[in-house]
Write a protein that binds this ligand. Structure first.
Ligand code: PLP
Length: 442
């Protein structure tokens, strides 16, 4: 394809209003949620250039995946920022029996959320530099998003961050990461579940009384989170193919909660990344597996239950709406859904430690357990499980699965005793409105 033949990049539309105004990527990024409360989706999914498989590094893959989404005049800058942001390794680690782990947890907060948060923060910084002004990023977190976003956004000129997390719903290590004092950042410990936090965040975003704050979202509802995550799927299959050029396209197993990662995977498949099938690996919050099996109607979400894999404790996955708008019931490759309860998570953590001599976190264990479940039903072939967090973020669960084992990481040890900034908050729109109005941020 000649340079002049570069197709126009997609525009972005709301999931809710068919035919409503389409916006540019920059606008969709800054708004987060569309004005009608829907999520932005690209109007088309570009195909990867055939030469993408020649990419030598993760950075090259990032470039090949993101460039077709960006307008000519912004592409060089935004691709460069994404390459800078993804400066940590994302290795594929082989296990016995044709399984592999894509280790996505080597970023600063030790979970895969760093991948997208770091790219999005830099993109935001660029957009604020261009147009001036300030913004307040409001992020609801089930554990990992808040610290990844705060770490990525703190210190970017013009941006403040407010985190909403379920009080008592995150591990002590996660809480230390969420509440550590950072410039222009405050954490709210909400008396409620993650779904409450998500509801509060969505409500504030469309609250006319808060319009002056320039509120925006860094949750996986933001397209700025979706696109960088697509790169991980391309990088996983590229490493898989290089290891064994005759290998079948892998089944990619995605430990899922809000379905942001899986939606990105489907986008990757639609772009032409060679994925044989997906497994949506959920904990006991198994709405999506039940939906896939035809046992739950679309959008009939149940409440949330607390599990050992708490970053996936999501009853009402917000990306379901995006996934539905993009693909309806016609997915580009088959998806199987699996729900894994807490007892099976602990057993799998112990089994993997025994069989593979690898310590995994509870979310990754959900994925590894899902591999066994689909194989037991006769689905063979190579499996890549996305390893979404470092086990040291969940030392209590590790100790329960493997008595006597201490999961540690120097970066987390360093947070013990660091100064914190946390504000308790009732789970009500009015309380959040008050708190945001009085926010002592620069
Ligand atoms: C957020 C998270 C998930 C779930 O990802 P979604 O995109 O919300 O489906 C899985 N594992 C970990 C460790 C997470 O932080």
């Amino acid at each position: 394809m000649g340079l002049n033949a570069r197709p126009a990049p997609p525009r972005y539309r709301s999931t809710r209003a068919e035919g409503a105004a389409e916006v540019s990527f920059a606008e969709a990024l800054e708004r987060g949620l569309a004005p009608d409360g829907g999520l932005y989706v690209p109007t088309s999914i570009p195909r990867l250039d055939a030469a993408w498989t020649e990419a030598a590094t993760f950075g090259d893959v990032v470039e090949a995946v993101l460039r077709p989404y960006l307008a000519e005049e912004e592409a060089d800058e935004l691709v460069g920022l994404a390459r800078d942001a993804l400066d940590f390794p994302v290795p594929l680690r082989g296990l016995a029996r044709d399984r592999a782990l894509l280790e996505l947890f080597h970023g600063p907060t030790l979970a895969f959320k760093d991948v997208a948060a770091r790219v999005m923060a830099r993109w935001w910084g660029a957009s604020l530099r261009r147009r001036g002004g300030r913004a307040l990023v409001l992020v609801a977190t089930s554990g990992d998003t808040g610290s990844a976003v705060a770490d990525a956004f703190a210190g970017i000129a013009g941006l403040s961050v407010a985190i909403l997390y379920p009080a008592g719903g995150v591990s002590p290590a996660q809480e230390a990461q969420l509440t550590v004092r950072r410039p222009n950042t405050v954490a709210f410990a909400v008396a409620g579940s993650f779904d409450d936090c998500q509801r509060l965040a969505k409500g504030a975003m469309v609250d006319p009384e808060l319009a002056h704050l320039g509120l925006t979202s860094a949750n996986s509802i933001n397209v700025g989170r979706l696109l960088p995550q697509v790169c991980s799927f391309a990088w996983a299959t590229l490493q898989h193919g290089r290891r064994d050029p005759s290998a079948a396209p892998p089944t990619v197993v995605v430990p899922s909660g809000n379905l942001g990662h899986l939606t990105a995977g489907l986008v990757a498949a639609a772009m032409g990344v060679g994925i044989g099938a997906f497994v949506a690996a959920h904990n006991a919050n198994d709405y999506f597996p039940r939906y896939l099996a035809g046992d739950a109607p679309a959008f009939a979400f149940p409440g949330t239950v607390a599990t050992h894999a708490n970053a996936m404790d999501v009853g009402a996955p917000s990306n379901f709406e995006r996934l539905h708008a993009l693909f309806g019931d016609g997915f580009p490759v088959p998806i199987r859904g699996v729900g894994v309860d807490d007892a099976a998570i602990l057993r799998r953590m112990a089994a993997v430690s025994e069989e593979d001599d690898v310590l995994v976190d509870p979310h990754t264990a959900v994925g590894l357990e899902a591999v066994e479940r689909v194989r037991a039903e006769g689905e063979g072939g190579p499996a890549i499980v996305f390893a979404t967090a470092h086990p040291a973020k969940f030392p209590e669960v590790v100790a329960q699965a493997l008595p006597g084992v201490r999961a540690t990481h120097p970066r987390l040890e360093g947070l013990q005793g660091a100064p914190r900034r946390v504000v308790p908050l009732p789970a009500s729109d009015a309380a959040l409105r008050e708190a945001l109005r009085d926010l002592p941020l620069g």
